[in-house]
Design a binder for this molecule. Structure first.
Ligand code: UD1
Length: 354
């Protein structure tokens, strides 16, 4: 059976790593990179460090407005699918690359499987929310990471096409964490274990309005420990154009980290402050307290278990929340056992195998 994965943005490369491994010897696996992320630190290092085979096709689409970027992918992917003739197209998460691949495939009658199906923020301002809902409804097989995701799919009438496989980011995180345990890595910028916070901010709702971005930065700058700010290119570009200094007070500005270095930095930190989806969950899996600058989260389990606190409207509370006392320990495993990729390949072969 021939399975074709479409990826394009940083979190998708992380999810692809365990899937590509689990495909070995079980299916013919082709990879398409749309080129949504193209900087070395946003793309190439993930393929190198996580041992992902080089993509068979790279569309080189690059950045652009939503319609322009998604449209260019749609046109490019249709040609690739017609050439490669896969038995199923596997799409990941909620980016513009995900939606473009799902639409391109169904229009030419190639079945689609969606990994990380069923997540919902119910926030219609987020492009990702539209990408996920539309992709789930277009897909033939919905591979959900959590029971909450399965419940959302059932509520939308999609239970018959849904399978719970667990979260593949757990697979890759556990693998990298175990590799790090046998290989002592230095911390970035001379930081000391438990002596700093890790921070990422990249969502348009936090970066695009100068007043909001300044309020976030000003609050982070007052924290009592250094804040390792891993700056996405969007954050750097907008801070420069808004005239906001990302090196003030406690802030320690850094380029994005490669995945193993990120896991190491989070594991040794006193806490995470972010608006990323994946990082909230990675912090939880390593039992590092997280503060999320968003009105809601798709990963509700992290909040319910006390390891993640949301801050959105009242940013004057941000510093106090980041510096809150440690949460109660938990041994809950809402994101699976680290074998989600294996179950994903099982489900693909069972559903689409000939
Ligand atoms: C995308 C995803 C988001 C995901 C994030 C992970 C969508 C709608 N959003 O957001 O869900 O959480 O990836 O990082 O698909 N840029 C570069 N170099 C790069 C990539 C981007 O300089 O390699 C800059 C460009 O100026 C670009 C901006 O970052 O315009 C935003 O990139 P884009 O891919 O549109 O969205 P992300 O914010 O990365």
């Amino acid at each position: 059976m021939r399975i074709l994965s479409v990826v394009g943005a940083r979190p998708q490369f992380v999810k692809l790593a365990p899937i590509a491994k689990a495909m070995e010897g079980r299916a013919e696996h082709l990879i398409v990179h749309t080129g949504q992320h193209y900087d070395e630190l946003m793309s190439d290092v993930f393929f190198q460090d996580l041992g992902i085979p080089a993509p068979d096709f790279n569309l080189g689409v690059g950045s652009g407005r939503h319609g322009e970027q998604t449209g260019a992918m749609l046109a490019g992917l249709e040609k690739v699918f017609e050439t490669a003739r896969p038995d199923v197209v596997l799409v990941y998460g909620d980016t513009n690359s995900t939606l473009a691949a799902a639409i391109a495939a169904v229009k030419i009658h190639i079945p689609v499987a969606h990994l990380e199906a069923g997540l919902r923020s119910f926030n219609r301002r987020m492009p990702e929310e539209h990408n996920r809902v539309l992709t789930d409804h277009a897909s033939d097989l919905l591979l959900s990471p959590t029971q909450v995701g399965m419940d959302h799919l059932a509520n939308e009438g999609l239970a018959g096409r849904s399978v719970m496989v667990g979260d593949v980011m757990t697979d890759v995180l556990y693998r990298v964490r175990d590799e790090l345990a046998s290989n002592d890595q230095p911390l970035p910028a001379g930081l000391k274990t438990d002596g700093y916070y890790v921070c990422t901010i990249h969502r348009p709702d936090n970066t695009d309005d100068p007043l909001r971005l300044k309020a976030i930065v000003d609050s982070l700058a007052t924290l009592g420990r250094p804040v390792l700010l891993l700056a996405h290119p969007r954050l750097k570009a907008l801070a420069t154009s808004h005239g906001i200094d990302l090196t003030t007070g406690s802030l320690v500005l850094s380029d994005p980290l490669a995945y193993p270095q990120l896991v190491n930095a989070v594991a040794n930190s006193a806490g995470v402050v972010t608006d990323s989806g994946g990082l909230q969950k990675e912090a939880f899996l390593m039992r590092v307290p997280c503060t999320t600058i968003r009105p809601e989260t798709e990963w509700v389990e992290t909040v319910e278990l006390g390891w993640n606190v949301l801050v959105n409207d009242d940013l004057s509370q941000l510093a106090g929340i980041v510096e809150r006392p440690a949460p109660a320990p938990t041994d809950a495993t809402p994101y699976g056992d680290g074998h989600a990729a294996q179950r994903t390949v099982d489900a693909l072969l069972e559903t689409f195998g000939k």
